[in-house]
Design a protein. Structure first.
Length: 415
């Protein structure tokens, strides 16, 4: 009898205290709302002061530019004037009314030039401040929200079945730290529950395997006695078949419980090789039932657990052989790479399967048109195990009724 692996040890005690202590002055707690209010309020105040200072300097420069005199008196006796800014004043034949109108026009024109210059420079200053404000705000927001990135990375690691990871966030006692501590506490409980489940599965499988192995040994010893009565031999064969069925059920339940989790240790596995191994194991049974196994297995390497991937192919091929037609049946097994994913397809002839009963086939202890196991073809866990293993590898399995009877099982796994 194979040695049973030791039950997993209990997880270590956390180095952090998940119990959050109440501060003496709750209203002084540096919450995210207060920090963001102070941060963006201060940024707005600083930007406003800078913009006001720049506008003041530009306005002062514009005023200095406009302080130049509009005209100069050349000859006071004849009232001759000259001007660099107002060419119209250079005409000495202007009347007093025309002279005043020319001065007003020049003043308006100079004011317009000064305002246009002030507006263009203010817009350039505003654009520069906006770029600086956005860059500074982006950097500050990233710094404030960096704990969320840490929480997300930890959650992704936990999604890969690494329940030992913790956030252990330090820093101010704000909402993000409260979220991180709550998440750590939840992970601690999940790890303990998962470890307890693993320990229970290991202990239960060991306790169930031992009496079944003893029963099988005793039955085989009694059946080996040539002097045993025929009725006793027939009873022994029936009990041996029942015991073998119970062993298969225990193994299936154990594998189903273990395959419900993500695969931590992954190695390159060729689905073509896995499919060939499954076909070789089922070849004798297929020949006895008169079922032809065919198909081309092209290389399709994935990252995963070779034993569990072989169980996928073996269960699918076994089901395809066992649930087939009595004569001229066939099973087609193909592997290939499609659209960057490895694909395993198992098609077979067989009874007509209604489309509305496809989902029931993947439920434990469910078969076509029956709710509980009741035949000698298996224990009703084959497709449940297949779906569980496929999900653990991040893949997808789909079943479709085949025209004329039978099924087309398509397994897609990431490369």
């Amino acid at each position: 009898m194979a040695a049973t692996p030791a039950p997993p040890q209990a997880p270590p005690k956390p180095t952090w205290d998940p119990r959050r202590q109440e501060p003496p002055f709750p209203w002084l707690r540096p919450t995210i709302r207060i920090r963001l209010t102070l941060l963006y309020g201060g940024m707005f105040l600083i930007a406003g002061i800078l913009l006001l200072s720049i506008i003041y300097l530009l306005a002062a420069q514009a005023i200095n530019t406009g302080n130049e005199p509009l005209f100069k008196i050349v000859n006071g006796n004849q009232l001759q004037v000259t001007s660099d800014n107002c060419p119209a004043i250079k005409d000495s034949s202007l009347t007093i009314s025309q002279f005043n109108d020319a001065i007003s026009a020049c003043i308006d024109d100079q004011r317009r030039v000064a305002l246009d210059d002030l507006l263009s420079r203010s817009l350039l200053a505003l654009l520069g401040l906006a770029i600086i404000a956005f860059a500074f705000g982006y950097a500050m927001a990233g710094r404030v929200l960096s704990p969320l990135g840490r929480i997300t990375r930890t959650a992704r690691a936990v999604a890969g079945s690494d329940l030992s990871r913790r956030i252990e966030l330090d820093g101010p006692d704000d909402e993000l730290k409260e979220l991180a501590d709550t998440f750590d506490e939840m992970l601690e409980r999940l790890q303990r529950a998962f470890t307890a489940q693993q320990r229970f599965v290991g202990n239960a499988s060991h306790e169930l395997r031992t009496p079944l192995a003893i029963n099988r040994t005793l039955l085989e010893v009694h059946l080996s006695d040539p002097n045993a009565p025929m009725e006793l031999q027939q009873l022994g064969k029936t009990l041996l078949a029942t015991n073998e069925r119970s062993e298969q059920l225990v193994e299936g339940l154990l594998l189903l419980a273990r395959s419900d989790n993500q695969i931590v240790e992954r190695k390159p596995v060729d689905l073509a090789e896995v499919a060939e191994q499954a076909v070789d194991q089922v070849h004798a049974e297929a020949a006895a039932k008169g079922v032809l196994i065919r198909g081309e297995q092209k290389p399709a390497v994935v990252q995963g657990n070779g034993v569990l991937l072989e169980r996928i192919a073996l269960n699918l091929v076994q089901n395809a052989v066992r649930y087939n037609i009595p004569e001229d049946g066939w099973v087609e097994v193909t592997t290939e790479i499609q659209h960057g994913q490895a694909v395993l397809v198992v098609s077979n002839t067989g009874p007509v399967v209604p489309a509305y009963e496809i989902d029931n086939l993947f439920e434990p202890f469910r078969r076509l048109r029956t709710e509980r196991t009741g035949s000698d073809k298996g224990v009703g866990l084959g497709l449940s195990i297949v779906r569980s293993v496929v999900r653990a590898h991040g893949g997808h399995i789909a079943a479709q009724p085949r025209e004329g009877g039978g099924l087309v099982m398509r397994v897609t796994l990431p490369v």
